[in-house]
Design a protein around this ligand. Sequence first.
Ligand SMILES: CC(=O)SCCNC(=O)CCNC(=O)[C@H](O)C(C)(C)COP(=O)(O)OP(=O)(O)OC[C@H]1O[C@@H](n2cnc3c(N)ncnc32)[C@H](O)[C@@H]1OP(=O)(O)O
Length: 210
Amino acid sequence: MEHPKTFYTKTITTPAGDVTIEGPFAPERLAACEFHQGLKAFRQPEKQQQALIGIAGLPEGRIIVARVGDLIVGYVTYLYPDPMERWAEAQMEDLIELGAIEVAAPYRGGSVAKSLLQVSFLDDAMNDYIVISTEYYWHWDLDSTGLSVWEYKEVMKKVMGSVGMETYATDDPEINSHPANMLMARIGTRVGMDSVERFNRVRFKTRHLF
Ligand SMILES: CC(=O)SCCNC(=O)CCNC(=O)[C@H](O)C(C)(C)COP(=O)(O)OP(=O)(O)OC[C@H]1O[C@@H](n2cnc3c(N)ncnc32)[C@H](O)[C@@H]1OP(=O)(O)O
């Protein structure tokens, strides 16, 4: 499968100032930018920047960033699921995972996350994919937001729902280990029935759907 990527850019006004949302970014461009020290939800900022540079270089990989000048203040990643996870087992070339979305604390609450997703899906090529997102509450920044897991779950539903991602049932034990966790997905308009059925089968391994 080809993975054509079309670059889009847009500037939004937030309470913290103007922020440019754009991508997919090339690895070289990412490497030339600074990385906000508040981008530490998943790894130390330096390590996360290196991980994003790696993803940007993958054929299917996409990094959309939020930047102020040359300072990256937010990002969202898309890539094939980790080979160790069940979502990779079906070996679907048209299934990619929204792996991480993060906005540095001073820029939160200004629609940066929603804009990162909106700019991601301006690229019509995204309609060739099933995009999944596995939401585990232990990845959420409950401490600095002060939100409960239930309030945070609602924030994630709003962010993901803004581009048509919906909650999907699954029998995945890790997702079902806590009721705040969820599987979200968006099935692109050109995804075939065969892929949808394979996705349904990978969601439920312990019973036959059809
Ligand atoms: C697959 C994964 O990556 S799961 C992990 C998700 N990432 C994290 O938890 C990392 C740490 N957190 C963050 O980086 C940010 O808080 C994010 C990404 C969750 C949200 O980013 P933001 O730019 O603040 O979100 P944005 O401003 O677009 O808000 C989206 C909606 O949620 C609401 N919202 C955002 N933060 C809050 C909050 N703290 N309290 C209440 N509502 C909130 C907004 O009001 C908005 O609602 P609306 O659609 O009704 O207007």
